[in-house]
Design a protein around this ligand. Sequence first.
Ligand code: SF4
Ligand code: SF4
Length: 212
Amino acid sequence: MNSLSFLCDTFLGTYAEESFKSLVELYATIEHDTQLFCFENSIACGPGCGTCCEHFIPDITNAEARLVAAYLLFVKNDQTLLDKLENFDQNSEGPCPLYDFGNAHHCTVYEVRPLICRLFGACASQDKNGSAVFRRCRYNTEGTMPMLLHFTNEVPVMQDFAYAIRSLDMDQVGARLLPEAVTEMAEQLKFLRSMLGFQNDNPDDTPNPIAS
Ligand code: SF4
Ligand code: SF4
């Protein structure tokens, strides 16, 4: 079983399972569209590059934060990293607290990394006239991506994916910095998990609290 199925099973029948499934489905679409876009336009990151992660902290939605928190809590079981997020200086401009210099992907949560990390340097964005353009990532000194492309055909555009991802958040809180959002979602998931545990261990027919 892969780790995403494991997370869905862990929270079976709850709002968290629904949230993970919708997000993973959207990420799969994004992965497909951006890979095709990059292939067709000869766009690639420099070999072993992860410089963008060294210079920013992603803004993420609650649904994204919930998935990252679940991954850290129940797949990686990494309390040290969760503590690092909780104590992270919110004024820091990087590196991202999930950045790992020793990891080939440079990201400790690569499988569930947030939207912006999937899109940066890998899709077009809308300019002020509403046209789709691609601009080379400013850290790409190796020149493994074109400097500037203009499109008249339909291509993956950052703003469209941002709308799609925001529509998955029932609470409509909006995006906020990853450390704060993941820390809050980790607390909610721990509580939800304890409720589910209580349900499973229920020794008699006493009605359980609704956990979803
Ligand atoms: S988007 Fe730019 S900085 Fe980030 S990995 Fe690709 S080339 Fe490197
Ligand atoms: S979450 Fe991962 S991919 Fe995104 S900025 Fe942090 S280290 Fe980089």
